[in-house]
Design a protein around this ligand. Structure first.
Ligand SMILES: Nc1ncnc2c1ncn2[C@@H]1O[C@H](COP(=O)(O)OP(=O)(O)OP(=O)(O)O)[C@@H](O)[C@H]1O
Ligand SMILES: [Mg+2]
Length: 356
């Protein structure tokens, strides 16, 4: 699957952009504030139904306009599917193949973009939510049942929390516990299986990028020595008192270790970026094994904060992937990636094809 064409209207500084892409490698070159990241943000939004920079839709709508519009044409074995996203202050509207879609997962099935940008270090630096989302995105692509299990778990969690807040909440097992425990155990098992599949690619990419042993271990959202039913039982009194479920897969996290030490506490900003990139690239390679030819990687200004050797190592890995690439740069000299199939100039919100 490749994104063949894209239309953008009124997204950030991009007023009207019409592009035809290369199936393999697309390079966007432009000065600071020309609109490069905005372009990748539009691509990301087309596949994920959200931005990687902000939750506020009004920030994404071009100043003075009512809404933005993104349309992409995805080619797959001679068939073409049209993806459409309309954004207004009140919300987004998603269409896949001409029909309204209720969730962004429908977009990701056709165009699942991953991004490595100058903010990628936040994956390690910030709280567990980002890492859970990273983990779940990976599981979503390789485990067919993930979405249903995830939705079941979160429905049960919402209901249990609501029941805990009722004035007459019984201290005994809430009626939602069975469903919470059943879907929670399944979610936990899917995540563990996924992390096992991720381990070897992560070790390889960690070695190439950091020259170190990189491992990700799973913290399930409760004390390791207990299983989920025991942990939920132990937490019951506190849950009732505070009206909130304190243990479960919604509290899960992954801990990244470099040569046996917790990465968060000891690596430099550049290393954090490499480590986060290793995680994302490992995830992409697992995804490519499951769905060859479906992935897309957005690389925003990869040269930022990396020395020549590290940048070359990163680009060598990226070159070895089969995903469609969308790369931005201040200069057209990312030689380690080879020649782009299509190159574009970005200048004050206008994007035009350029000769290589
Ligand atoms: N909603 C909006 N409407 C109009 N312009 C916007 C909007 N949001 C952001 N911009 C402007 O878009 C311009 C391009 O921003 P963008 O982040 O895409 O640049 P860039 O090419 O990635 O720059 P850099 O190389 O510094 O990362 C900025 O000048 C910004 O102020
Ligand atoms: Mg930028």
């Amino acid at each position: 699957m490749t994104l063949a064409k894209l239309e953008i209207d009124d997204f950030r500084c991009l007023e009207r952009v019409r592009l035809a892409f290369d199936a393999r490698y697309n390079l966007f070159v432009g000065e600071n504030a020309s609109g490069k990241t905005s372009l990748l943000e539009a691509l990301f939004f087309l596949g994920r139904g959200r931005s990687f920079r902000t939750r506020r839709l009004d920030r994404l709508i071009r100043q003075g306009q009512e809404g933005f519009r993104l349309v992409g044409w995805v080619d797959q074995g001679g068939l073409q599917t049209v993806l459409g996203v309309g954004g207004r202050r009140q919300g987004t509207e998603i269409r896949v193949g001409g029909a309204p879609a209720s969730s962004a997962a429908a977009l990701a099935h056709f165009f699942p973009p991953q991004i490595i940008d100058p903010e990628v270090h936040k994956l390690l630096e910030e709280g567990p939510q980002r890492r859970r989302r990273f983990l779940d995105w990976g599981v979503f692509h390789v485990e067919h049942s993930f979405m249903e299990v995830w939705q079941r778990y979160h429905r049960a969690l919402r209901q249990r929390n609501a029941a805990l807040r009722l004035p007459a909440a019984p201290p005994s097992a809430s009626v939602w516990d069975l469903e919470l425990l059943d879907s929670g155990a399944k979610l936990d098992a899917l995540r563990r299986r996924y992390l096992e599949a991720l381990a070897e690619p992560l070790r390889q990419m960690g070695g190439q990028l950091l020259g170190a042993d990189v491992r990700a271990t799973y913290a399930p959202g409760w004390a390791q020595e207990d299983d989920f039913p025991v942990a939920l039982e132990k937490s019951r009194e506190r849950d009732s008192k505070l009206g909130l479920t304190h243990v479960g897969p919604h509290r899960a996290d992954i801990t990244i270790r470099v040569d046996g030490l917790v990465a968060k506490e000891r690596v430099s900003r550049g290393q954090q970026k490499l480590l986060a990139a290793a995680l994302i690239l490992a995830q992409l390679s697992v995804q490519e094994l499951k769905h060859p030819g479906r992935g897309a990687l957005l690389l925003d200004d990869p040269a930022a904060e990396l020395d020549g050797t590290r940048l070359a190592a990163l680009l060598a890995i990226v070159r070895g992937l089969s995903s469609q690439l969308f790369v931005t740069s201040l200069r057209p000299d990312l030689a380690a990636l080879g020649d782009p199939g299509a190159m574009f100039h970005v200048e004050r919100g206008k994007v035009t094809p350029a000769c290589g």
